[in-house]
Design a binder for this molecule. Sequence first.
Ligand code: F6P
Length: 499
Amino acid sequence: MNLPSINPTTTESWNKLQAHFSEINEVHMMDLFEEDIKRVDKMNLSWKEFQVDFSKNRITDKTISLLLELAEEVGLKEAIELQFEGSKINQTEDRAVLHTALRDFDSMKPEVKKALQKMKKTSNAVIKGTWKGFTGKPITDIVNIGIGGSELGPKMVTNALKYYGNGLKIHYISNVDGDHVAETLKKLNRETTLFIIVSKSFTTQETMTNANAIKNWFLQEATQLDIEKHFIAVSTNESTIIDFGISKYNVFPIWDWVGGRFSLWSSVGLSTCCAIGYDNFEELLRGAHEMDLHFRNEDFSENIPVILALLSVWYNNFFSSETEAIIPYTQYLEDFVPYLQQAIMESNGKSVDRNGTAINYQTGTVVWGNVGANAQHAFFQLLHQGTKLVPVDFIGFSESLHQHKKQHEILKANFFSQSEALLQGTYKQNAPNEFRFFNGNKPSNTIFINSLTPKNLGSLIAIYEHKIFVQGIIWNIFSYDQWGVELGKKLTNQLLSNS
Ligand code: F6P
């Protein structure tokens, strides 16, 4: 069955939201807080180890109920079911979208179970040192060769969960710029390095170029037969892998119902699994599955991904905000924004609707950001006093993983004070002069989590995955294809064949 296809701007709720926007646009959030002392309690979602405070948004109860009406009118409930049931909702590629099936241990597909068992066996062997290189030495370094979804997700998670690492050194090579390969190889010993080539298609130019360059480097001191001890492939394209020289026992599957940017939960995450061990990897999956259940079953008014998505639509389509910032307050989430940039912008950067008609309203937001507190000393000036309205997601953790208590207190104080400053500005205060005037009234969400565990990270990532889906449904676009990246690839190949 196909996804519903409703132009959101033709719905009743959209028209009501438009009228409502002109009421809200002039209102300062500080007045809304004064008028409604229950605002913080009402606009707060508490779920397991997550607290999501969305009270600092330019909304009232009416805004939320109109946005919820919009979700109903565009058929969101039905769309969620179609996705989870495995309908081919990625219509333009004739594929189902089932990354959620990769983490559903209650009714796991046999092939997914089998792949996870293989990941467990392989990662255990590498971690315990029973996987030996061609001279009999254990593996010390793993290199993931892949780009886009075949790098950004695993790299983000491996770095985010570094605390749970076991000492194996993990490297990621993506760019076709030879500097990336050359600099990484300088640090490596052929005898103790395992290369994981990750490419769903096994034809991606950057990945195959890097893989061949690395194979040649490896063969300078090893033989063709040694490849099986040092090269693994994750792909759907088995025959090309065998041609590359990789043993069929070292091939890990991925399926066409898993999109590249949603694939970190599959064998694409093998580098992560080796870095943190299988048990932690499984926890990551379980955390994501818990969020899947919340998303699928919870009432929309209490549903974290749905509420976050609706707020983002509110700013994008009514306030004409072009961008949104994401600021995680932990160095461990340094790679979270680049990962989300692909997930969000490759999914929702579309201008044709699900009927094939050109769109005359805004779709995918531009996402940017960096870790706090660093970001405060870089671009926060623009957030506080610039002319653009940039909604912000602040992500923070109650407990740190380290023992430096004082530092964590300072970090948390920064985390809370920034959203407060964006809200308040110099409201009802006399700014010393016009240059020190802050209007405030700048929206933000705070996602406050107990601590950065594999499980909580899984849930956090799943929140954003589902937020992407909800927005795509509202904007009436296909979120799971990426035809827009093809033309550039074709022109590159034309240039190369002409040169
Ligand atoms: O060019 C975009 C893209 O197709 C992404 O969607 C994907 O994650 C990336 O390329 C890598 O593709 P592959 O895993 O097939 O090498």
